[in-house]
Design a protein around this ligand. Sequence first.
Ligand code: DON
Length: 320
Amino acid sequence: MKCSETIKGNKVKQRLREVLDEIGTELQKERLRGKVADYIPPLAQVDPAKFGMAVMLHDGTLISAGDAAEKFSVQSISKVFALTLALGKRGDAIWHRVGREPSGDPFNSSILLELEKGIPRNPFINAGAIVIADILLSSHQPRETIGEIVRFVQSVSEDDDIFIDEFVARAEDHTGFNNAALANLLKAHKNLDNAPPHVLGVYHHQCALAMSCEQLARAGLFLSASGCNPLSGHRIISVERARRINALMMTCGHYDGSGDFAFRVGVPAKSGVGGGILAVVPGIASVAVWSPGLNQHGNSMLGTRALEMLCRQMNWSVFG
Ligand code: DON
């Protein structure tokens, strides 16, 4: 299948501009903004009043609002890019080590991991993402693998100004005892090839990628365009692989809040505890939103609201 141009005309762009302005104005007034993540110390310092949103269409048009150009910690959104890279290296062999089912548990839970003998439910919960980091590490040095992840994200974003926030990465390396427990449990079940501290180093660094909504929307565009960069026509992954990654984002991208997110928003998306969400509207656009306050599932409270409003106003849904 070829990359195809799907968008659309000035009317859609004009409407999008109005809708983003409406969302920005309405959410600015909202006082109930959720709680900023504080278990990674630098994230506790982020201003909960921040709000950014960016939509990129397939012709490269970028429509943004609020703090859309400001960088934040993408955290678990990075799991989408790590999974894409791991699938590119190892293909379907990765599914022997990680499942494809929603867990119905919090992102950092170890309960099912113990019951299910070290096979994480999916690649987006922390345990699954740690296995993906192990696959990417293979026999390399952590530094090389971290560099490879950064270069991959820079290349899909066509933007060299994307880096890891070392301060955030080190803070999580020092305080990530729950992830250390998950990594050790995985190692005990022989589902890690490398030493847990090395795998955790890679995982915590990928989570500490700092990107703006505008950069993230650009980075996710290939997932909304059947695996192609719609601007260059260059294929990044196969159509089938893009569909499958989107399916996992839909079913597992918001952990034990995935059902509610699908119900309210209706498009595949991945959240992070930095308050970002990357959403994919297949055939149309890639959307990134950032509001640091989280709901009880660790997903951005106002980010979800913003996406709900956007998709309703634009009549975007994968459910018809
Ligand atoms: O491993 C962690 O706990 C964080 N680095 C990432 C978790 C996360 O972003 C969950 N998403 N909502």
